[in-house]
Write a protein of this length. Sequence first.
Length: 142
Amino acid sequence: MPTSPIFVAHPRHQALGLAVLRIITGVTFAAHGYQKVFVYGIAGVQGAFTQMGAPMPSVTGPLVACLEFFGGIALVIGLLTRLVALGLAVNMLGAMVIVHFANGFYLPKGYEFVLMLFAASLTLFFAGPGSFAADDLIARRA
């Protein structure tokens, strides 16, 4: 009995799905990183991380800001996807544990949004960038 195309994922459709997930996740992280670096500034981020109880805020604040900004751009391009996605997943896990769990599940202060970014990052870590990514082009050339 033939299988309906609705229930079977074609490899090209999977690649498109990964591209959508990777690009939207990347844009989201890049926007939050941009805000931390260029709107709040490094001193503002360090102050916020201090108030939130983050460990070593003078180190973790700028590190997170740069990871989110440059890592988000890297995800959009599909460059170093698995490495960046792992870093962003660890970042979101830290945000959940240090800040958001105490505020419950729902926004505006809960962990639901951070959980989604964690899940998206883990998915990209395990599945990779897909074929519409710089990583794939580099792998094909090698």
